[in-house]
Design a protein around this ligand. Structure first.
Ligand SMILES: [Cu+2]
Length: 279
């Protein structure tokens, strides 16, 4: 099939415009707490840490864009003004104090302007505030178990549910937390290394056998929030989603009551084995 350059150009342009439109529409009806088709931005933030991450990401993107345009401008100027034809007799200048000071100082200032918010964000993530609630998430091949040591010591398994939406993210038993409360998440692995990640909360932490890792989040919106195991952990790595339901304080209290009865400690639970070890 022969196509003129013009027609081919038009096709590429059409494809590009189509993709951008699709991406924009996909991003437009992105739902809170879950990925959307053609999404290319970060998920909408639902915790102070994620708001911070989003701000930092946007700040860096603008910075990179400006620097790239500046360097492109310099390159174009060199190519146009200083090629052999336009500039047959090159200058023999070897030093220019002002420019040398500028090209040392300005990059240093740019790096400092990145370092300050970067360290602030790191401390926000790592310095865990006093928690209202602790949940232990244990990664297993291939599902998660959630233990609630503060609320009557119950533990339950959370497996992907084939018949639930969103596809590959819905689970049988969701992890439930109260809104606007500081939740400390402790993670460990029962068999191999997994990773507990929920994009809307800005958390991702390895769940390692024999170790207890900690992170925290404060969900600022109610609703369903989804994440996935983010460490290759074997054949069903892609099928151990994390589903967090954020509810009001009252709803949380009544859920705890039902959950305590429904998930009355199984003999192999965290608490049973801890009690066994203590005897
Ligand atoms: Cu895993």
């Amino acid at each position: 099939m022969k196509m003129s350059m013009g027609r081919m150009g038009a096709r590429w342009l059409g494809l590009a415009v189509g993709s951008v439109a699709l991406a924009a529409s996909g991003a437009a009806d992105a739902e809170l707490g879950q990925p959307a088709p053609w999404e290319f931005r970060l998920q909408e933030a639902a915790s102070p840490v994620m708001e911070n991450i989003t701000w930092f990401h946007n700040f860096l993107t603008v910075l990179i864009f400006v620097i790239t345009l500046f360097v492109l401008g310099l390159l174009v100027a060199v190519v146009v003004k200083f090629n052999a034809k336009a500039n047959p007799v090159p200058s023999r200048t070897t030093h220019n104090t002002l420019i040398e000071v500028a090209w040392t100082l300005i990059p240093v200032l740019i790096l400092v302007s990145i370092a300050v918010p970067s360290f602030r964000l790191l401390f926000l993530e790592l310095d865990i505030p006093k928690a209202d609630l602790t949940i232990k998430a244990t990664g297993k091949q291939w599902y998660w178990s959630y233990a609630y040591p503060d609320n009557g010591k119950f533990e339950f398994d959370s497996l992907m549910a084939q018949d639930k939406q969103p596809r590959l993210l819905g689970v049988d038993n969701e992890m439930v937390v109260p809104v606007n409360k500081i939740v400390r998440v402790q993670t460990t692995g029962a068999d191999v290394i997994h990773s507990f990640a929920v994009p809307a909360f800005g958390i991702k932490i390895d769940a390692i056998p024999g170790r207890l890792n900690e992170t925290w989040f404060k969900a600022t919106k109610t609703g369903m929030f989804y994440g996935q195991c983010s460490e290759l952990c074997g054949k069903d790595h892609a099928f151990m989603p994390i589903a967090v339901r954020v509810v009001s304080d009252q709803e949380f209290a009544s859920w705890v009551e039902t959950a305590k009865k429904k998930f009355a400690s199984a003999p192999d639970s965290t608490f049973a084995s801890a009690a066994g070890a203590a005897q």
